[in-house]
Design a binder for this molecule. Sequence first.
Ligand code: ZN
Length: 90
Amino acid sequence: MFHNKNRTGPPCKHMEKLLNKTAEGSARGIARWYALAHAARCGPCRRFLNALIEMIARLRASKNEGLPDETAQRLKSSAAAAAANIPFDD
Ligand SMILES: [Zn+2]
């Protein structure tokens, strides 16, 4: 896998869709793992994913749609776990 070493700027083009799916919870299995592993190594994608997760959690909470923070919390902790386990270059 290749990733953007530049830690500022937009997320990697090829990752945007997958990061969206991961944030909204529709990415599963290896696809979700891949997105989280990539985000753990790639600053722009990590910020993008975190921002999406925040936004979706807020949207769901404000709409009171049922599964409010739980999915976001789970995603956040697995993103954090991935970030902790996978060192990225500074
Ligand atoms: Zn990236």
